[in-house]
Design a protein. Structure first.
Length: 550
């Protein structure tokens, strides 16, 4: 339950701090006094979006802090999953900065609004007049029936499967589109790939091919120069080798006279050996050089093919051409892979449909059992609230598609008076009847949930007198095992509160402020009397107020 609320710099509230107790609490105040401001502040704590208009002083930040006692509500698992520090006394703080930015904290740990909203669903249920109108919407009606059906775990499993199912359908659709596009381009891609696969791209060395082509194109010049080089080196008597041999002979005669002469001899000898080896290689190279027009043409054709392919695919290198070939291979073979994936997804889709059908059937069966129980409880409660002839006709209509709540829609018919035809709730129920139905609904659902706190915002719209007293008794009964707040204009409901707060405005020199205070017994008597007969109540109104309190 909520144990305290502090508000700083929000709307008409400069600073407010209030403690709350369990049980049934009533909140009253004149129209426009600021009851909606309290709900707005609580809404921010629960994760609603905020803007700068929320700030009373635009130069200072707004801070709203609410304390909750949650030790009895089994929320440890939620906190663990959300990576939040669990505290039996949990503090939620919301800050709105002058810049317009908003921050939220749970036990001093920063959280985003989605996490705050998820947590708030376990803490507070604020019933407003808008929610009364939502009672006529199918999703709200399903939520009511599923609460009585105890369908929560089954529904969560179904909705998770449905999410997977929709993701699978989307993936199948994407793959189908890819396959269709691939089939349209399959022939062209296959032609391009055949061209590239005709050449062993991975085994080619372009630089080496160009060198070979250059050599084959100049065979005559190469042979001529190799022969000339060989002649210069090995010509009898005057060749380089003959001259070096003569130098060796001359120097060998004086090697014994000096180490220097010996070194010179060794160097000449080494040069002779090296030149002799070079001459042998020149001779061997000359013997290997032969004209090969066929090889030259083959290499030139291969280089021309590479050049043509590079130009066609707008690349400048062999690695880029290989990359294009690999991509084309992937595209050509991907159609087959797509078929495999589509078969796998179709199998998965069929499996999900089987599981969804089973869960949808369970949801339906539980609802069929719960509807008579729900109608019986509604009828009993609404009879006490002045609607003894009320009738409900709730039908579950099967659907072929998978909807958010199963494979069925809901038809919710209602009649408040004997002899009246059944009709859609939103068309035939008055505002007062809707308020009573909603209160009865909250009372029923409270038996199937562990929600710590219920806040009713003027649920008494359109009712008065004895009916208001009956409504107050229902709220009082609900408060025996949870915290209940009622923001009300009816003295019958306000009087039932174990604690009574009043919202009022205080006009100051430069501004108007909203305040909230807990009333004493005497103040409650006066407040109720004024609600009964207006300002300056007569003695009869005061006596009536005391009677209500007693």
């Amino acid at each position: 339950m909520i144990t305290s609320l502090s508000i700083n710099n929000y709307a008409l509230i400069e600073k407010l701090s209030i403690d709350f107790s369990g049980g049934f609490t009533s909140i009253t105040g004149e129209t426009g006094a600021g009851k909606s401001i309290l709900l707005g502040a609580l809404g921010l704590v629960l994760g609603k979006r905020a803007d700068l208009s929320s700030l009373k002083n635009k130069e200072e930040k707004c801070v709203i802090e609410a304390h909750f006692a949650i030790g009895n509500y089994n929320l440890q698992a939620f906190f663990d999953e959300a990576n939040l520090d669990y505290e039996a006394h949990t503090i939620i703080r919301r800050e709105i900065l002058p810049s317009g930015k908003s921050r939220a904290f749970v036990n001093d740990t920063p959280v985003n609004l989605q996490e705050l909203q998820e947590l708030s669903e376990f803490l507070l249920d604020i019933h407003s007049q808008n929610e009364t109108q939502e009672l006529s919407e199918e999703k709200t009606q399903f939520r009511i029936i599923d609460a009585v059906s105890q369908n929560q775990s089954v529904l969560e499993a179904y909705q998770q499967l449905l999410k997977n199912y929709k993701a699978t359908l989307a993936e199948i659709s994407t793959l189908d589109d890819q396959k269709n596009n691939l089939l349209k381009e399959q022939d062209y891609h296959a032609f391009l790939l055949t061209e590239l696969q005709a050449i062993p791209l991975d085994q080619l060395d372009v630089e080496e091919l160009e060198v070979k082509a250059q050599a084959l194109s100049n065979v005559s010049s190469i042979k001529e120069n190799l022969a000339k080089s060989h002649a210069l080196a090995d010509q009898d008597g005057v060749g380089v080798l003959a001259q070096l041999a003569e130098m060796k002979t001359v120097l060998q005669r004086i090697v014994g006279f000096s180490e220097l002469y010996n070194q010179l001899f060794e160097r000449i000898n080494a040069s002779y050996i090296e030149i002799k080896d070079v001459v042998a290689e020149i001779e061997a190279a000359a013997e290997m050089v032969n004209e090969d027009p066929a090889a030259l043409e083959s290499i030139q054709q291969l280089l021309q093919q590479l050049f043509t392919l590079q130009k066609k695919h707008q690349v400048n290198s062999l690695p880029e051409l290989c990359a294009i070939r690999d991509a084309l291979e992937a595209k050509v073979s991907s159609a087959a892979h797509l078929d495999e994936n589509l078969i796998r997804l179709a199998t998965h889709k069929a499996k999900l449909e089987t599981e969804l059908d089973l869960l949808a059937h369970t949801l339906h069966a539980n609802r069929i059992k719960a509807i008579p129980l729900l109608v019986s409880q509604w009828t009993t409660l609404l009879a006490d609230l002045g609607m003894p002839a009320v009738r409900f006709d709730i039908s579950l209509l099967p659907k072929d598609s998978y909807l958010h709540n199963g494979k069925e829609s809901l038809q919710f018919l209602f009649s408040a008076n004997k002899g009246s035809e059944l009709g859609l709730l939103k068309k035939v129920a008055s505002g007062g009847e809707m308020s009573r139905i909603m209160l009865a609904t909250k009372s029923i659902i409270a038996n199937y949930t562990q929600l710590p706190t219920l806040i009713f915002d003027e649920i008494d719209t359109g009712v008065s007198g004895e009916i208001a007293t009956k409504m107050a008794l229902i709220m009082e009964q609900m408060s025996t095992n949870r915290q209940v707040f009622a923001i009300t204009h009816l003295p019958q409901i306000a009087a039932k509160g174990q604690t009574h707060y009043k919202v009022y405005k205080v006009a100051q020199a430069a501004s108007t402020q909203t305040q909230l205070k807990q009333l004493t017994y005497e103040e409650r008597v006066l407040e109720l009397a004024e609600m009964l007969s207006g300002k300056d109540p007569a003695a009869s109104a005061i006596n009536h107020a005391k009677a209500l309190l007693n």
